[in-house]
Write a protein that binds this ligand. Structure first.
Ligand SMILES: Cc1cc2nc3c(=O)[nH]c(=O)nc-3n(C[C@H](O)[C@H](O)[C@H](O)COP(=O)(O)O)c2cc1C
Length: 211
């Protein structure tokens, strides 16, 4: 059975967020077309996504030096286990749909924390004599992102670091392609906002046919 992770990094739902509205249309259309697929929603604002902090480094250090898991502190155990759970879930999936808003030229910080949790040598990539090699070569990924201005082309394109960062990470993990579905320019052109949103929703329905 195909497993799809629907990973949303937004504090709002579809009623207030353009990204979430487009994401909802995409995932509902996809579900209708692929009723047997398993779709798991990971709401990064509700899930426990640990930072890589001193507890995590201490926990990893103890395990590396041969100490038993039981010897970790309560916090070290909880964080190390949760990070492990997140990376295992990530590699067990076949497709990823990420939904993020553009905030200050990037995505919300919990998305970075999530990507840190899945960037694990031996799971999503491995080190070789030729350098790191991605291990997720049979996956597919889509990024839905709303941005108030225009970044797909033109002078601001180089300033966008959310989609571009995610693209780098997907390449690093060996994921063959990351499609981008952007709702953009609605703050720059408020009189066209409704049209921009409707076009993105129509594109989401189309993309769901082929994803
Ligand atoms: C904290 C914050 C930072 C933002 N930074 C940018 C930005 O760097 N560039 C931009 O074009 N729009 C920016 N915006 C506008 C959002 O990208 C825009 O409102 C978009 O629709 C947000 O996605 P959403 O509708 O899913 O919430 C920002 C909005 C917020 C709340």
């Amino acid at each position: 059975m195909t497993k799809v992770l629907y990973i949303t990094a937004h504090p709002h739902d579809h009623t207030q967020s353009y990204s979430m509205a487009v994401g909802k249309t995409f995932v509902e259309t996809y579900k209708e077309l692929n009723p047997n697929d398993e779709i798991i929603h990971i709401d990064l604002y509700k899930e426990n996504i640990p930072y890589i902090d001193a507890d995590v480094f201490n926990g990893w250090g103890k395990l590396r030096s041969g100490q038993a898991f039981e010897e970790l502190t309560v916090d070290e155990k909880a964080k190390v286990s949760r990070l492990n759970e997140l990376s295992e879930q990530f590699i067990s999936a076949d497709k990823y749909v990420f939904v993020t808003p553009l905030w200050n030229f990037s995505f919300p910080p919990v998305m970075k924390a999530y990507l840190d949790s899945v960037a694990v040598a031996g799971k999503t990539f491995k080190y070789t004599e030729q350098g790191p090699v991605g291990l997720l070569t049979d996956k597919k990924a889509l990024h839905i992102q709303a941005r108030g201005g225009f970044y797909s082309e033109g002078p601001a394109a180089q300033m966008e670091m959310g989609h571009r960062y995610l693209d780098v990470m997907m390449q690093f993990f060996g994921v063959p392609s990351l499609e981008g579905l952007f709702v953009e320019g609605h703050n720059a052109m408020p009189d066209k906002a409704q049209e921009i949103k409707e076009n993105a929703i129509a594109r989401a329905k189309d993309l769901a046919q082929t994803f």
